[in-house]
Design a protein around this ligand. Structure first.
Ligand SMILES: NC(=O)c1ccc[n+]([C@@H]2O[C@H](COP(=O)([O-])OP(=O)(O)OC[C@H]3O[C@@H](n4cnc5c(N)ncnc54)[C@H](OP(=O)(O)O)[C@@H]3O)[C@@H](O)[C@H]2O)c1
Length: 200
């Protein structure tokens, strides 16, 4: 599988990086403070991971973005057009630690997010569970922990489904961004924070 870039190395970015590293998938991970600040995380992740600039992370075949909502415009500013590559939107329109919802004036968060990643095929995923559950063993209660994904490109979703499967989770396609991202959006959607298990 191609190298995956991660912009944002906090709770979600690091949990996703650990899940990838456990499967031997190569990772380039970036934060705002520069690669040196990620030395301990990269050491923990092992030889398939390296720290990079956000430009290096953004240049990979699949890119996951997990940055605090208010910092997303800066984190994504000035990056080259994504040229049809997959960008995973793991973000929620809230501000921690207050958990105050951001007023999107009725727009869906992935619709707003898509404007900041021109040329990307956006797939909403890895945003509905708390980070510690994304980090945990995906085999749970005798089944597999569920992850949702949605997007407007069938081919991009197939690639994301393959990735979710490879990580050991059970992926559920929620449909288009208009339908699925609304269901999985926090706050507002009915699916966030549900820790579901698929049996058999
Ligand atoms: N935490 C959860 O359980 C959870 C669950 C689902 C979804 N989410 C969503 O995931 C996103 C990230 O949440 P989190 O909890 O992982 O946040 P976090 O722990 O605060 O980490 C945020 C990361 O974003 C990086 N960042 C900030 N500005 C940046 C910039 N200009 N360029 C590159 N990186 C930048 C930070 O780097 P520095 O530290 O170097 O500034 C940090 O690594 C949010 O949208 C949140 O709503 C979180």
């Amino acid at each position: 599988m191609s190298t995956i870039g991660i912009i944002g190395a906090g709770a979600i970015g690091a949990a996703f990086a650990r899940a990838l590293s456990r499967q031997g998938i190569e990772v380039v991970i970036a934060n705002s403070r520069g690669p040196e600040s990620l030395a301990a995380l990269v050491e923990e992740l092992g030889p398939t991971a390296r720290a990079g600039t956000r430009e290096e992370a953004a240049a990979q075949a699949i890119v996951l973005v997990a940055v605090n909502w208010s910092k997303l415009p800066t984190a994504l500013a000035g990056l080259p057009d994504f040229g049809g590559r997959i960008v995973l939107d793991a973000n929620n329109p809230i501000e921690a630690p207050s958990f105050k919802a951001v007023d999107l004036q009725g727009r869906m968060s992935s619709e707003v997010f898509a404007q900041w990643v021109p040329g990307a095929r956006v797939v909403k995923a890895f945003n509905h569970l708390q980070a510690h559950l994304l980090d945990a063993d995906p085999t749970a209660e005798g089944g597999r922990r569920v992850l949702f994904y949605s997007g407007d490109s069938a081919q991009a979703k197939t690639e994301v489904a393959t990735l979710i499967e490879r990580l050991g989770f059970f992926g559920i396609d929620l449909g288009s961004l208009e339908v699925g991202a609304r269901l999985a959006q926090f706050p507002g959607g009915p699916l966030p924070a549900l820790n579901l298990v698929k049996f058999a």
